[in-house]
Ligand binder design. Structure first.
Ligand code: ZN
Length: 324
């Protein structure tokens, strides 16, 4: 949108547990970052009031310097209308015209898109995908989400649903997915899948350090990664299996899209080399032809990817290319 120096976009990252907001300048720098609890259980109106609260906190003192608002939404969002649809982690949400409501409340142009699409754009403009026209961004945490940049533009598909890579079916007889299907990528490689597989094997009588690390609480993916680092056999097998499937999914994507870079964000990616080294090897084995030349990199924006990504929705709007 042709940002002037000294101007800002307000980026809002709506999550299931917290709302992050901050001002992002044309260089991708963030100021006035703030966090507000989502309080998803209180219903749609309460959540929208808290989004406005977070927005006003982040905007305090900057008034006329703010050009627009970008919102990353944790579910289906139509960027043309600002309409959002029932995400799994916001109960009772239904169909909400989030863009129009925030435009009224904040008196600024508002751009809404799916949060993984927003993060993909943020990585493309300011993170690990800088300068690239062909980028696939994948976030691996409780689920698996993604965003696809092709010819420098975010791919939306016919109904706005493109980039839902987590529901690629990699094993039709595999574990149940929260979408109702079986053997989806996120049911095999997400943090939730890693924790669930460890728990299943432990319940079947196998022994593991994971039990000790989890203590009285539920088993989480971090416990399995920690046990793997300590050489625990079960944890090593569980994580190896998840990475094999991670590689399978990435290989399928690069065979179809031939991206220059695949950028991996989310909690699982923060494990670093124990994930990236075997992942790159696996993709090299399975990718076809020139797709094999892909670079697989960790996300560059860390915890700010949500807010920066949301703001880039406004930066990118109206420009033909998101590439610098
Ligand atoms: Zn699924």
């Amino acid at each position: 949108m042709g940002m002037d120096r000294g101007k800002y976009v307000l980026g809002i990252d709506l999550g299931g547990t917290k709302i992050a907001a901050g001002l992002v300048d044309s260089g991708g720098e963030v100021s006035n970052y703030c966090l507000v609890p989502t309080g998803a259980a209180d219903g749609v109106e309460a959540v929208i009031n808290r989004i406005v609260l977070a927005a006003k906190q982040a905007m305090a003192g900057y008034g006329e310097k703010i050009d627009a608002v970008g919102v990353g939404f944790p579910g289906l969002a139509d960027p043309r209308t600002g309409m959002t649809t029932a995400p799994p982690n916001l109960p009772g949400w239904g169909e909400v015209p989030l863009g129009a409501m925030l435009q009224t409340a904040l008196a600024l142009p508002v751009f809404v898109d799916n949060d993984a699409n927003a993060a993909a754009l943020g990585e493309n403009l300011f993170g690990a995908g800088r300068g690239c026209q062909e980028v696939v961004y994948i976030t691996v945490s409780t689920g698996i989400g993604g965003g696809i940049i092709t010819s420098g533009r975010l791919m939306h598909g016919f109904g706005g649903g493109a980039g839902e890579v987590g529901h690629m079916i990699l094993d039709p007889g595999g574990p149940a997915c929260r979408c109702g299907g079986r053997g989806c990528w996120e049911a095999l490689s997400s943090g939730t899948a890693i924790a669930r597989e460890a728990q299943r094997r432990i319940q079947n009588g196998e022994h593991s350090r994971v039990t000790v690390l989890a203590g009285d609480g539920p088993i989480r993916a971090e416990h399995v990664f920690q046990a793997q680092a300590e050489g625990d056999a079960l944890a090593m097998e569980v994580i190896d299996r998840a990475i094999q499937y991670l590689g399978l999914g990435v290989a399928n994507l690069v065979n179809v899209l031939n991206p220059q870079r695949v950028i991996i964000g989310g909690g699982v990616a923060r494990a670093g080399d124990p994930v990236f080294v075997p992942l790159r090897e696996r993709v090299r084995q399975m990718a076809f032809g020139r797709a094999r030349e892909v670079e697989i990199l960790p996300a560059g924006l860390a915890h700010l990817s949500g807010v920066v990504g949301a703001a880039t929705l406004a930066f990118a709007a109206g420009s033909n290319s998101q590439c610098l």
